[in-house]
Unconditional design. Sequence first.
Length: 431
Amino acid sequence: MPACSLKRSHLELVSSLILIFQMFLIFFFTFHTETRILPRSRRNDTNPGPQRHDPSCYLKEKLEKHNMPIIHSIFADPVKNQVVAVGVRFWFERWHEEMFYCEFHGPRGGLFIQLTDPILKDYQRFGATAQYVLVLICPIPKPLIGVQKSMLTLRRTSNTSLAYENITVCQSQPHGGKKRYLSMCTMLKDMDAAVPPWLDYHRHLGIEHVYIYDNSRTSTLNQTVRRYLDSGFLTIIPWAHVHSPGKTYLEVQIAHENDCLWRNRYRTDWMIKIDVDEFLQPMDSSMPSIPDVLRKYTVVMDSIGSLRIQNWFFCRGWNQTRRHHHESVFERNQYRRREPTPVNMGRDKAVVRPTNVHFFKIHGVKLGGDTITLSPLTEIRMVHYRGDNKLHSGFRCSDKRPVKDSSMCRLWAKIKEFSLNVKEPNGIHCT
Ligand SMILES: *[C@@H]1O[C@H](CO)[C@@H](O)[C@H](O)[C@H]1NC(C)=O
Ligand SMILES: *[C@@H]1O[C@H](CO)[C@@H](O)[C@H](O)[C@H]1NC(C)=O
Ligand SMILES: *[C@@H]1O[C@H](CO)[C@@H](O)[C@H](O)[C@H]1NC(C)=O
Ligand SMILES: *[C@@H]1O[C@H](CO)[C@@H](O)[C@H](O)[C@H]1NC(C)=O
Ligand SMILES: *[C@@H]1O[C@H](CO)[C@@H](O)[C@H](O)[C@H]1NC(C)=O
């Protein structure tokens, strides 16, 4: 063995011993601790049950306090037995230099202290306003492993009067829950009408479950999508977070993405991350569903972070008037740009492998496995109806003649078993 690596492993050994010793001291002298093992029968880790959605398991409002990091989400990872907290930070904050106590409130007043380090030094920035993330991980004390819901206090070590106290922490998935192959998550704000077609379309193409982070001001979404909730296809997460002064809405978006990916890490093989004006279209008729295309990548699933999907803008025809009052997004937009948006222009979206991603930002994996780009001509493209998003209602394909493309309209007609005759009650007009 070369001398330098011998030396390094010695150093590592010494520093781990020091850390273990510190934890020992903290554990025994700083706080009164109690270690009692819950008998297995009292733990609820054998109850798969239906995955009932408990809103208290999410931070509807982010945690925010002077001299504490902003935390957007916190939950227990049942596979690695650790609590994960995801937050964001300003460029000038140096949380990676601080240590935190995770104080787990056990049953009957027991307290278990673990020490943690915000492990991420994120020097990567994205967009015009730099956005940085913070991921904090605490091992769950043995006696609390498998407990579905517990209480945690997160405390700074350098000043123990600074803390978030008594945060509810839920296990991100009940043991025994069946793993899904393909799920999807998004965040939206007051866009109820767009949701049902978006869900129907993707359900037909092989998505098994959808998570919507609802950032709306008025909460009518659960009524609009009731049948999807009742059938277990959809989970709505109340997500009333607002961005911090000096940051943009991207803060809230990045936070929901990382919450979604971390929380569902072991619940789904693949996670699609797109908006509700975006639709994934498989391009090879011999592989008509999205999972059909993803299965081509099974051999690299253990290593890759994501599959990149290229954006393709669709739009209205010039001088287009409304055809009939049921007109859908697919009928309105039967033109597209001549070319897809090139990669890395801030328009890509991704199908993510949650277990291989530490940190995701909007258009791609920032820390994690590699990305493979799918062909928008022969594999999957992202049909982007930007003009249907009320924030961009003036959007036109471009002044260079757009191309007629009614493939999405025809696919929609097939999904809904609509007739291609607008004069019939369920008729649809694909040009
Ligand atoms: C386990 O779950 C059952 C029902 O799901 C509940 O009645 C019981 O109180 C739970 N036990 C513990 C220890 O949380
Ligand atoms: C610790 O934080 C509290 C609350 O912000 C503050 O009043 C106190 O001065 C701090 N102590 C030290 C030593 O910085
Ligand atoms: C947190 O819980 C403990 C124990 O139940 C209690 O003594 C304390 O006052 C709580 N703190 C807050 C801020 O609610
Ligand atoms: C929808 O959510 C609101 C508050 O978030 C709640 O009061 C209402 O009961 C829910 N409605 C349905 C149909 O679940
Ligand atoms: C729209 O098209 C119709 C017939 O195709 C034409 O008569 C009309 O002038 C056009 N309107 C505009 C604003 O170009």
